[in-house]
Write a protein of this length. Structure first.
Length: 106
């Protein structure tokens, strides 16, 4: 399982990228996570997670065109790969199985 393990934050980042679809770039991912979790997310933590997810092959990125509103800088857009979706499905399956094993009344 080494290499495919997803931490909670990495799982949230992957799910957020899927939710944002073609609008998944650093700031939009950060804003969406903060809105949904009601927790502050540092750019450094997000960048680290994105880098690790890309190294694992769970996401891929590409640069969009430069815009004047960003001072000529380009946005880096992210997409979840099929390997990333498989990792999410595995994580969900494990969690669902554990939830289903909780005795009634607990």
């Amino acid at each position: 399982m080494k290499g495919t393990y997803l931490g909670e934050f990495q799982e949230i980042v992957l799910l957020t990228i899927i939710v944002l679809n073609e609008n998944a770039y650093g700031v939009s991912i950060q804003d969406e996570i903060e809105e949904r979790t009601k927790r502050s997310v540092s750019r450094g933590a997000l960048h680290t997670a994105l880098t690790r997810l890309e190294e694992k092959g769970f996401i891929q990125s590409e640069y969009g065109g430069a815009t004047s509103e960003r001072g000529g800088r380009r946005k880096r857009f992210y997409q979840v790969t099929s390997l990333g979706r498989d990792a999410l499905n595995e994580a969900k399956s494990v969690r669902d199985e554990l939830w289903n094993l909780i005795p009634q009344g607990q």
